[in-house]
Ligand binder design. Sequence first.
Ligand code: ATP
Ligand code: MG
Length: 410
Amino acid sequence: MKLMDEKSSDSMDDIFDRYLDADANIFANREVLSPHHVPEILPHRGEKFEELAKILAPSLKGGTPSNIFIYGSTGTGKTAVTKQVLSKLKATADSRNLSFEYSYMNCQHVDTKYRVLTQLCEDVGINVPFTGLHFDIIYQKFKDALDELHTLHVTVLDEVDMLYKKSTESLYILTRMNSDLDFSKISIIGITNDVNFKETLDPRIRSSLSEEEIVFSPYTAEQLRDILTQRAKVAFHKDVLDFGVINLCSAIGAQQHGDARRSLDLLRVAAELVERNGEEKITELHVRKAQQVIERNTVIEVLTSLPIQTKVVLQAIYLGEGKNDEITTGDVYEIYNKICKLIRLDQLTARRVGDLINELDMLGIVSAQVISKGRYGRSKRIHLTVSSKQVRNVLDSDFRLSKIFEVEEL
Ligand SMILES: Nc1ncnc2c1ncn2[C@@H]1O[C@H](COP(=O)(O)OP(=O)(O)OP(=O)(O)O)[C@@H](O)[C@H]1O
Ligand SMILES: [Mg+2]
């Protein structure tokens, strides 16, 4: 059997040819715009680099640096600067035969005391089986291994607010560990973009974690322009960028809490749109389109990662809205119960579902306004604040929920 007729096979070749030609036209080096690329020099962060390096420098002479708390809004270079300072410090220590170790962990993933200690063990070269060992044994293994190294160990806890939320105990354990160590020392760098985090910390952890503080302020539009220019010079061929593109990406990033990640994403997505369309120049119009694409993707990411119970509540709201102009918490709960029965999911209480609706409200997915409901007491009027098409797409992609749309009586 012939899979394709001559004509469509030709047009397939065209697509690839056009793609390859376009690639040659737009990108000279695509990699430098990828979210994982970190340039050797970080413009406008020299001062922060120095601040952090000075606090950590005593570790090269056998001292124990203070614990450090780093905060600032998203995309301000906290992770990039910290990683760079530590890798330079390690290289210096190695080149002079000095002892220095560090671990970097992102607490979005490393979020239990087992995971933290297992990762620390791995970083000093001991393998721990993933399950089965008592926590005290893993702790002892790490302590012994570290003591044997006679070293200073810096533990970076990036997104430390996540660890504190899920396992406060981990932070207690780490901040107290020096009293257990005999020949080595540990110091901690906690990083967060949650401005309120410090206030929520237990006072004992707070004073220990924030012996030194470094604040990363948002980038201004001018600073973002320099950051983008540095990348654009390497990323693009000559004359590909229209006048104003970098300024626009920087201005949007500056409005969004001085976020370098957002500005870089805009530039990359705009360039990819141009490439995909086989066009030759990146213009401000492409940046605007890129902005829409990115905002749409963020909503989809949030929706996709919701837990199943919350997704069912969302589906109940979606279905309710499809039938009535105005729906209340009571209506949502009724449909929610029907869906739970159909997919054999535990039914939560009305109060708990009310909490989930509030969570969706906080995420900006629905709006829930209190209305008076006479003898039924207080109720809320609910409606979706994101595009219902996006909600439908995400629900459709969950196999448990997609079949609900075929049920007539809902
Ligand atoms: N001064 C800079 N020069 C060049 N690129 C930068 C600079 N600051 C940040 N970036 C780039 O911006 C992106 C975001 O930076 P980074 O991950 O360090 O932010 P962050 O402050 O850790 O954000 P979050 O709080 O969301 O984790 C990265 O791709 C990084 O390479
Ligand atoms: Mg970060």
